[in-house]
Design a protein around this ligand. Sequence first.
Ligand code: PEP
Ligand code: MN
Length: 449
Amino acid sequence: MSVQADPDVLAGLDHWRELRAAQQPAWPDAAALAAVRAELEMSPPLVFAGEADQLRESLAAASRGEAFLLQGGDCAEVFAESTADNIRNKIRTILQMAVVLTYGASLPIIKMGRMAGQYAKPRSSDLEERDGTTLPAYRGDAVNGHAFTPESRIPDPRRLLRAYHYSATTLNLIRAFSGGGFADLRRVHEWNRGFMANPAYKRYDAMANEIDRAIRFMAAAGADFDALRTVDFYSSHEALLLDYERAMTRIDSRTGQPYNTSAHFLWIGERTRDIDGAHVDLLSRVRNPVGVKLGPSTTPETALALMDKLNPTGEPGRLTFITRMGAERIRDVLPPLLERVSAEGGPVTWVCDPMHGNTFASPNGYKTRQFSTVLDEVRGFFESHQAAGTVPGGLHVELTGDDVTEVLGGSEEIDEGALSRRYETLVDPRLNHQQSLEMAFAVSEMLRG
Ligand code: PEP
Ligand code: MN
C-alpha cells in the first residue's frame, strides 16, 4: 500500500515560488518551460528514497567521527564530456583517493560524486564581456551553451531534459562501476601502486608501503574480498535551478514524505543560501540529506538560523555545512562558528571545501588555484576542529580523472606557463588525477595527526 502525502506538505513544495529565487535563468518562453516541467514530472526518479536515507545515516556517522565524506567531481559537468572514459576516470580517481583516506582516517569513507546532475552554475555576473562584446553569462549546460554567441547564450528550457538524461546515463554507469567489480579494493590498490611509481611522490612512499602491507595482511587473514568488490557511491549536485529540482521532488510511497529524486545529496550554494529565499525553503521540505556552503562572511547567527530552518528537529546526518573560507581566513572565521554551533545547535556534519575560497586569476589570465594553498585550508580546517573539540567530517573537492593543467603546483610543479597546456574547465579549475591522489596522501597524513 502506498502512503499519501499530507495536502499541506504537497502545497508547501510550491511555496518557494512566492519567495525570492536568486540565480535563476531568464527563460525566454514560459510555455516551453511549463512543457519541460510536465515532462520531467512524469520521468522516473533517478535515485530512491531509501538510498537517501542510508546516506543520511552515513553522514550522521561522519558527524560523530565514525566515518569521513569524500565528495568530488567537476565544477560543472558538461554534456559533451559525459563520456564513458571521463566518467570512469573520475570514479577511479575518487575510489583511489578513498583507499588512501580510509587508511589515514582508519574510518569508512563515504564516496560521493559531484556527478550525475552538476550542470547548473551560479555566476557572480549576469553578463560576460569579451573583446568589446557583452553577452549573457554561461550558466551551465542545463541552461545555455558555452559558445560565445548570442544564440548559444539564450537559456533553453529543453536543456533541463538533456540534463535529466545525462544524469541518468551517468548514474547508470556509476552504478555499474561501483557494483560490477571495477571498484574491487585490490584493483584500486594496484592503481595506487602505479601512481607511487612516479618518483615525484617519494615522500608518500612509507604510507603507500604501509597500505600495501595492510592489504596483504587482509588477504592472508582471509578477509572477505567478495564484500570488498563493491562500494556505495552517491550522487550530488548544487540544487540551483528550482523548476528542475521541484519537478524531481516526489512523494515516497513508503512514508508519504517528499524526496528530491534528482540526486542523493543536494547542496545550496554560497550565493543562494538566503535564509528567507526560495532555495532554502524548497530544500527545507525534502527528506534528503542536504548541505549548505558557508563562505568567509558567515556569522554564527546565520549558521544557527540555517540549522533551525533546515534541521529543526536536530536529526543527525540531515545537515552538512560545507565551509569554504579561504586558507587565509579559515583560522579566524571557522572557530567562532564551531563554538556557537556546537554550544547552541543540533548535530551538523562539517565538511571542508578548500577550493572556492582560494581562486584567483593568474597574470596570464587563467582562473586558477595554488595546490599548497588548497592544502593549507584543509590544515586550517583540521586545526580549528581540533581546538574546538568538534569533528572534521569530510572533504569536498573539484577534481577530474584526467591530466589537465588547471591548478598550480603539486609535486609535478605545474607553473603558470603550463596552465595553457591543458586548461579545459568551463568554469572553475580542478585538481588533475595526480594532484587529487597527492591531496589524498597529504590529507591522510593530517588525519593521522
Ligand atoms: C561550486 O561548488 O562550484 C560553487 C559555485 O561553490 P560556492 O557556492 O561555494 O561558491
Ligand atoms: Mn566551482
